[in-house]
Design a protein around this ligand. Structure first.
Ligand code: CA
Length: 220
């Protein structure tokens, strides 16, 4: 999952980038309002964590513009302890959730997973497809009850495809979810990850749509 982190505090931002990367998110970190607005207008993100107090332009106006221009990515806002009005205004401006500083990385991660579930229209935390099951919280994957070892990138692709069965994911979208701005996309890497996933989980799980991309078919 590709996540945009907008936070001007270097300590918090550094900690979040490290912590969220470790949890398997591809994190792009920006530190001011104008560059966040520009990134949201030009790139696509699966999740956005947005601080409200930002230099250049406040997070609320960034969020407001993003929603007005039709941006649908889920947004979690970070607010100061005493700013109840901010939280209300943020939710009304289209935020999906908020956290009050200071907060723990564990709570942020749990809230991001919950947002991801709602996004996919699911109530249960586990992604289940036939004999395959993926738990975003523990990052465990099983096939017919047997644990399957996946690399971080294989896991990220599987999580994305499993979160929307029946939906076709283009190469670009999958690559965007895998790579942030700092990392170049290796050619053929995606095919290699898909090949490994098929080897580990059964070759019928992920379907190739010629000229379109990949999908996990919806089960009848
Ligand atoms: Ca701030």
């Amino acid at each position: 999952m590709r996540l945009l982190l907008v936070e001007d505090d270097p300590l918090i931002g550094d900690g979040l980038q490290a912590g969220l990367s470790q949890l398997g998110y591809t994190v792009d970190w920006l530190k001011d309002g104008p560059s966040a607005a520009m990134a949201l207008a030009s790139d696509s993100f699966d999740l956005v964590v947005l601080d409200l107090g930002l230099p250049g332009r406040d997070g609320m106006s960034v969020l407001d513009e993003f929603r007005r221009s039709g941006g649908t990515s889920p947004v979690l806002i970070l607010t100061a302890r005493d700013a109840v009005e901010d939280r209300i205004a943020g939710l009304d401006a289209g935020a999906d959730d908020y956290l009050v500083k200071p907060f723990s990385l564990d709570e942020l991660a749990a809230r991001l997973r919950a947002i991801g579930r709602r996004q996919g229209g699911r109530a249960s935390p586990e992604l289940v497809h036939g004999e395959i099951s993926l738990d975003p919280a523990t990052r465990k994957v099983t096939r017919a009850g047997e644990a399957v070892e996946l690399t971080a990138r294989e896991f990220a692709i599987l999580e994305l495809l499993l979160s929307r069965p029946g939906e076709a994911f283009s190469r670009d979208r999958l690559e965007e979810a895998l790579y942030g701005w700092d990392e170049g996309v290796e050619s053929n890497a995606l095919e290699v990850y898909i090949h490994h996933l098929r080897k580990k989980l059964g070759k019928e799980l992920i379907r190739t749509l010629r000229g379109v991309g990949y999908m996990i078919p919806r089960l009848p």
